[in-house]
Write a protein that binds this ligand. Structure first.
Ligand code: AMP
Length: 395
């Protein structure tokens, strides 16, 4: 497969470079409350500014209707925040491909940055509409995609426009694709994958793919109960997907056939309600009361999982072990997060979404080798699916 074309191959001096970034940041009262995604794009932005490029940034934010401007989804706060992080003038266009964007893009000077208004104010963005792609392309001479988080979407700004301009992968995109692909193709062994989260139906393809790659697969979260049912256990009122029991059983069989050690909880924290102040008990996974639900892995399980993680040379983690948002059910996720953080001999990759929130909650992010910025995109990549936003950057 052709390599993706690196931004290092772009001589950006004096050029107008259209950069797809992921500035889909949380806002409160018009202020950015978590700037992780903006900071993640800085290596690409500062490289282009440093080369004297005219940098035009585009992104989506949230889920506007696609019928024009909506204040709550304006990228202006993200642009203002960016201005505090870079040593370059940051301008803002009040439209995406309209007169203001065209005029400001044309007047942009070397080393200046222009942020366009939210791509999704125009419904043609998600439709990958050819005319919208052409209007975006007309703003610039070259295109860089640094938005790994939306690389699994074939939208105008992630796929269509790449065919109309010389296209390059930004540093974040390269890092994400390189780390995840390297982990899957040449993992140091043992390779321990940890999967949690709510539903097995959402993760079945990832489970299937990881059974082909990993030495140990650790299962926690709501999805473990469908596996326990496949083993004939009673799971009380826990989250369960009865239609998926057969698939879970097939995965258990596949693990056995492949010699993958698939770990399931041996004890569980059960509760009489989905609430932090519910009555709780620790029970064996084979003795869950009919009227209680499992909301976390138990302490013995957490210890066994931590031990497996301690021996790993590669760790991939996606999905919490329990309802970690509630302090009463955070212990399992915390124990796993700590074990991953403490394993400094391993390449530890956190695969986006709620596991990133968990790692941040327990203040362990700095101990991980790599934290993916793209939940959905990293899952699709691990599943072995081609990402349109990445494919568009292959030479
Ligand atoms: P996901 O988006 O699939 O990664 O799932 C994350 C969500 O799963 C989190 O909000 C957790 O609270 C939830 N979760 C984890 N364990 C359980 C459980 N045992 N029962 C219900 N929800 C759970």
């Amino acid at each position: 497969m052709a390599e993706i074309t690196s931004i290092d191959q772009l001589d950006a001096a004096g050029k107008r470079v259209l950069v797809r970034v992921d500035f889909n940041v949380p806002l409160a009262d018009g202020v950015v409350t978590d700037n992780t995604r903006i900071r993640a794009a800085l290596p690409t932005i500062t490289k282009l500014v440093g080369q004297g490029a005219r940098v035009i940034l585009m992104s989506h934010l949230g889920r506007p209707k696609g019928e024009g401007f909506e204040e709550a989804y304006s990228l202006r706060p993200a642009a203002e925040h960016l201005a505090t992080l870079v040593d370059a003038p940051v301008l803002f266009a009040t439209d995406t491909v309209g007169p203001d964007a065209q005029a400001k893009a044309a007047a942009l000077e070397n080393g200046q940055i222009l942020v366009l208004e939210n791509l999704r104010f125009d419904k043609r963005e998600k439709k990958n509409d050819p005319a919208f792609c052409a209007e975006l392309a007309s703003l610039a001479d070259s295109y860089v995609n640094d938005a790994f988080g939306t690389a699994h979407r074939a939208h105008a700004s992630t796929a269509g426009v790449a065919a109309l301009l010389p296209a390059y992968a930004g540093y974040l995109m390269q890092d994400e694709v390189g780390t995840l692909t390297g982990m899957l193709e040449q993992p140091q062994r043992p390779f321990v994958a940890i999967l949690g989260g709510s539903k097995i139906s959402d993760k079945i393809k990832v489970i299937d793919a990881l059974l082909d790659k990993a030495d140990t697969l650790i299962i926690g979260g709501g999805m473990c109960f469908t596996f326990l049912m496949a083993q004939g256990k009673n799971v009380g009122t826990s989250l369960k997907e009865e239609d998926w029991v057969e698939r879970a059983a097939a995965m258990l069989q596949k693990a056995q056939d492949k010699g993958v050690s698939l770990l399931l909880p041996t004890d569980v924290v059960v509760a009489d309600a989905f609430a932090n102040d519910a009555n709780t008990q620790i029970v064996s996974a084979g003795a869950m009361p009919d009227d209680m639900m499992g909301l976390d892995i138990g302490p013995k399980t957490a210890q066994a999982y931590a031990q497996a993680i301690a021996g790993a040379k590669t760790v991939f983690w996606n999905g919490p072990m329990g309802v970690f948002e509630m302090p009463s059910f955070e212990a399992g996720t915390k124990a796993v997060a700590l074990a991953v953080a403490q394993n400094q001999q391993a390449n530890t990759v956190i695969g986006g979404g709620d596991s990133v929130a968990a790692v941040n909650k327990f203040d362990l992010a700095q101990h991980m080798t790599f934290i993916s910025t793209g939940g959905g995109a990293s899952m699709e990549l691990v599943q072995g699916e081609a990402l349109p936003g990445v494919e568009a950057l292959r030479a």
